[in-house]
Design a protein around this ligand. Structure first.
Ligand code: COA
Length: 183
């Protein structure tokens, strides 16, 4: 059984801040985001703002995953951004635990809904390459996971697809918007 804890990341925790940035780059650079360590570090620094949420999963003193949140719509809605688990620790419940913990914090701050965008940049769902301006909701209703796209992870945590942004990542490469009521 994997032993890990989830806690706040604070600016003075310099080792953990660097680890969080390295992990962000390692997980997302292959998908074209946070390609340099400087970009990843800037993202972590921005997520450390006092009005945001940044929680890290720690095992054996190492950051093995983290989740962030940004308040929107006067705090009624929180954007879950980003969520990542180190590849060698995936599939052991860390992602689900980070989402559960995040939901409790959003609830405690009076948030009503959590929303997130999950991009399809690798033809990982049936929405990729589709004309999402035609039969939009039918295509969403019949979405298929072609290559371990995380939308299914979020569905397992109770999230619903509430929209799509066609062409968000280039022609035919959508961003899938998901949400869950927590308040
Ligand atoms: C998506 C991610 C955060 C999931 O974290 P994790 O720790 O591996 O997930 P868990 O072990 O908590 O999985 C919980 C459940 O979701 C399922 N699941 C996890 N990833 C999945 C995926 N990509 N596709 C389908 N199901 C998935 C698990 O099988 C498990 O199912 P179960 O409850 O039936 O056993 C992690 O794989 C990751 O960091 N991926 C790369 C970054 C990323 O894509 N982030 C999300 C961007 S929006």
């Amino acid at each position: 059984m994997l032993n890990f804890t989830v806690s706040d990341l604070k600016p003075h925790m310099t080792d953990a801040v660097v680890q969080a940035a390295i992990l962000l780059q390692r997980v997302f650079a292959p998908q074209g985001s946070w390609v340099t360590l400087a970009e990843a570090r800037q993202e972590v620094d921005e997520m450390l703002a006092p009005d945001r949420i940044l929680r890290v999963a720690i095992a054996d003193g190492q950051v093995i995953g983290w989740i962030g949140g940004i308040p929107e719509y006067h705090g009624n809605v929180w954007e879950l951004h980003p969520l990542l688990v180190a590849p060698e620790w995936q599939g052991q419940g860390v992602g689900a635990a980070l989402v559960r913990d995040f939901e409790m914090l959003v609830q405690a701050r009076g948030g009503l809904t959590i929303q997130l965008g999950t991009d399809d940049v690798t033809d990982a769902t049936s929405l990729s390459g589709a004309n999402l301006y035609v039969d939009t909701w039918e295509k969403i209703r019949n979405i298929r996971n072609l290559n371990r796209h995380p939308f299914e992870f979020y569905q397992k945590q109770g999230y619903t697809i509430i929209g799509v942004m066609p062409d968000a990542n280039g022609r035919g490469r959508p961003d899938i918007t998901m949400g869950k009521r927590v308040g």
